[in-house]
Design a protein around this ligand. Structure first.
Ligand code: UDP
Ligand code: MG
Length: 325
């Protein structure tokens, strides 16, 4: 079995309660593989000591790389940055809070050795997550499946292994409002899954409050589907058609019968209803236009304050000399 170089990407945002333990667990598991590896911690603008703790550890442990963002850019961007810096033959993305059990990485690496280029973790059970989170997640994946044609497997998060080839393609996709797991499905390649039980958060609280979850869901849908726009036009057509029929009825009553349709209240009610519908549909269009605007501004995806790590620059050189040995 030839030796590989494996990159593990850990996005972190205010994870000081867990990050020390996470490092230990990751190191234990990766040491047991016998492969060479790097642990890339992307500090997504944490306001706590997460980055300092990793910087401290990186003095002793040469496999640590720290990418320190200038501010919070978001989970999906943090993962993307990790990929930009990753030098491995295989790249694993894992959450910092130990909800994704590090031991599963071994199964992923085994599948990769069998020739799979994407190995995603499939949650067969979620422990210690609220009823609300589970329900919204379920609804989200259903909606996504109904609205998009990309086959995004359900019950998968960003916990997955990707081959170097996949990572290189992904690095070429520069879209701003990223939904990484969707992009990975879209890219294709030989994909498979390993099952795992999603653990409770080891410590700390979720960094995905409702507002972020909504943004995440909207990014996912708008990145992969025009259907909301099409639905908007369908609704428009339907309402126009029904209104036209109603107009004919009212006119008929007025001209050919004794009674006329009266009512100030009904006009106001109908007006409010239709104005509401129009505003929602404008909002849908706005979501897309806003994203087009984001793309055209051409700002960088993220800004790095500093990148720390003993293997960071010398890596290619080091690998070469090892191959020659
Ligand atoms: N995270 C991040 N930036 C953010 C929010 C979250 O890098 O703006 C990281 C976080 O530190 C964790 C991962 O993304 O490693 C998943 O977040 P979390 O566990 O809070 O989400 P949940 O598991 O509750 O969905
Ligand atoms: Mg979590």
């Amino acid at each position: 079995m030839s030796h590989a170089f494996i990159s593990v990407i850990v996005p972190m945002y205010n994870e000081e309660e867990v990050i020390g333990t996470t490092f230990k667990r990751l190191k234990e598991v990766m040491d047991s593989t016998g492969d060479r590896y790097e642990l890339i911690f992307v500090n997504d603008g944490s306001k706590d000591r997460s980055a300092d703790m990793i910087r401290e550890l990186s003095r002793k442990h040469k496999e640590i790389v720290l990418i320190d963002f200038s501010r919070n850019f978001g989970h999906q961007i943090a993962i993307t940055a990790g990929m930009d810096y990753a030098q491995g033959d295989a790249i694993i993305i894992i959450d910092a809070d130990l909800q994704d059990p590090p031991e599963i990485m071994l199964d992923m690496i085994a599948k990769w050795r069998e020739g799979y280029e994407v190995v995603y973790g499939k949650r067969i059970k979620r422990k210690g997550e609220t009823w609300f989170k589970k329900t919204t997640a379920m609804l989200f994946y259903r909606t996504l499946r109904a609205l998009t044609s990309v086959d995004i497997p359900s019950d998968t998060g960003d916990f997955r292994l990707i081959d170097r080839k996949v990572c290189d393609v992904l690095k070429g996709l520069k879209e701003k409002n990223r939904f990484v797991r969707g992009l990975i499905s879209w890219i294709g390649f030989k994909q498979t899954s390993v099952e795992f039980v999603r653990e409770e958060r080891y410590a700390g609280v979720t960094k995905y409050p409702l507002k972020r979850m909504l943004k995440f869901a909207l990014d996912a849908i708008t990145s992969f589907s025009y259907k909301p726009l099409r639905i908007a036009s369908y609704i428009g057509f339907t309402i126009s058609f029904v209104s036209f029929i109603y107009l004919l009825i009212v006119l008929y009553q007025r001209l050919f019968t004794e009674s006329t349709t009266a009512g100030w209240a009904s006009i106001v009610a109908i007006n409010l209803l239709f104005n509401g519908i129009i505003l929602i549909l404008l909002g849908v269009i706005g979501e897309y236009i806003g994203r087009i605007y984001d793309e055209t501004k051409n700002r960088p995806l993220y800004i790095v304050r500093e990148a720390v790590g003993q293997q960071l620059d010398s890596e290619h050189h080091a690998r070469k000399s090892e191959d020659e040995r």
